[in-house]
Design a protein around this ligand. Structure first.
Ligand SMILES: NC(=O)C1=CN([C@@H]2O[C@H](COP(=O)(O)OP(=O)(O)OC[C@H]3O[C@@H](n4cnc5c(N)ncnc54)[C@H](OP(=O)(O)O)[C@@H]3O)[C@@H](O)[C@H]2O)C=CC1
Ligand SMILES: CC(=O)N[C@@H](CCC(=O)OP(=O)(O)O)C(=O)O
Length: 346
């Protein structure tokens, strides 16, 4: 029997992407679709690429609509702005699987939450990054899932094997490029075409980007001590994609062979992570619209640093694909259902 799902925030980028994936998922029936300012609008006017759902009308985001009103939903995806998910989720039954694509339940440390998001902490949910050690066990049977931020997905997958294998110092420097869809669909002057086209703009520089504590949270347990993370994001003129250039000081005695072996071991059986052949570098285009993570790692002997570079689609593996992958695990479905590693190129 199909799993019945609702999507809150269906007019936005993350909501649209999760619907694109769910339309190809053989085990899912799409129930209520909700919005905020666009409630009452036809989805076809807002997300014209979702042709099979073009005739659906967006409903208001209320607990009654999300519960299913006589036809209960088994799963509710929340693709809402930060700070909006917790109140909505609190009104949904404990038997419903709630998958939150926002940040409300990602961080364990309430002080970090307060510092970077500036609101009361709503508590921590199982974290939707199955590839991390223990990740799948944390998700199996879960009724609440916090989907990671897009940069923490790209960065954690690029660096965790180096920490797990004890090859890196507990300091990482990350410079990442992102497409504009990461900022959502709401109108913002700095995202106007005339501001973005033909230029690359750094932002969140100097330890202030809200994804920094999430990266620290993911990497530190593997290092056995706090990993300090220096993270700089760059907005580039493309709609989708993240390229994360990650580097950490290599511990004495680390060799290129040992480094490669650690990554091969970590990702040998991962369906969505592709460690590229030596000499080949990840590109955002290769993962466009796919749930794949492309990854390369090298040892720079002159600087004694480990360089790991990952590419993801921020909307797919970085949000909606990670959400569907985590849902599959929580429900005991095959993990790859509804997801693809095949990109769109050129
Ligand atoms: N874009 C990305 O790459 C990623 C996004 N995320 C997270 O996913 C979530 C959604 O982001 P994104 O889709 O990009 O954002 P958008 O701005 O594109 O969409 C936001 C959605 O939330 C709805 N909404 C806005 N305010 C409220 C409210 N007060 N109550 C209920 N619904 C509301 C909007 O409805 P309406 O349009 O009808 O007003 C819209 O459907 C965010 O938490 C974001 O951080 C996570 C990882 C990556
Ligand atoms: C271009 C851009 O602004 N990107 C967003 C990333 C959004 C995201 O993926 O994560 P959240 O769910 O935490 O918002 C940023 O840097 O904050």
């Amino acid at each position: 029997m199909a799993v019945r799902v609702a999507v809150a925030g269906a007019s936005g980028y993350a909501g649209g992407e999760v619907l694109r994936l769910l339309l190809s998922h053989p085990g899912v029936e799409i129930g209520a679709l909700t919005g905020n300012s666009n409630a009452g609008q036809l989805l076809g006017s807002l997300q014209p690429h979702l042709v099979p759902l073009a005739g659906r009308t967006l409903e208001a985001t209320t607990p009654e609509v999300l519960a299913g009103q006589g036809r209960p939903h088994d799963v509710v995806f929340l693709a809402l702005p930060h700070g909006q998910s917790a109140a909505v989720a609190a009104q949904l039954g404990e038997d419903v699987l709630v998958v939150d694509m926002g940040a409300d339940h990602r961080l364990k440390d309430a002080a970090d939450w307060d510092r970077f998001y500036g609101a009361p902490h709503a508590g921590t949910w199982p974290y939707g990054l199955p590839e991390l050690p223990g990740g799948r066990a944390a998700l199996a049977g879960a009724k609440r899932i916090a989907v990671p931020g897009c940069f923490p997905t790209a960065v954690s997958l690029a660096l965790f094997p180096a920490y797990q294998a004890g090859l890196a110092e507990p300091e990482a420097v990350i410079v990442a490029a992102t497409g504009t869809s990461g900022a959502g669909k709401a109108l913002k002057p700095h995202l106007l075409g005339s501001e973005v086209m033909g230029t690359v703009t750094p932002y969140g520089v100097g330890g202030v980007h809200r994804h920094t504590p999430e990266m620290v949270q993911n990497l530190s347990p593997l290092a056995g001590q706090r990993v300090s993370v220096s993270f700089t994001a760059n907005l580039v003129p493309m709609p989708r994609g993240i390229l994360a250039n990650c580097s950490a000081k290599a511990l004495p005695g680390v060799t290129a062979e040992a480094l490669r072996a650690a990554y091969e071991k970590a990702y040998a059986d991962e369906p969505f992570v592709r460690l590229l052949p030596e000499g080949q570098w990840p590109t955002t285009q290769s993962v466009y619209g796919s749930n794949a993570v492309h990854l390369q790692v090298v040892h720079d002997p002159s600087a004694q640093r480990i360089i790991a570079i990952s590419a993801i689609d921020n909307l797919t593996k970085g949000t909606a694909g990670g959400a569907v992958q985590s849902m599959n695990i929580a429900l005991g479905l095959p993990e790859e259902l509804g997801l693809s590693t095949i990109g769109v190129a050129p």
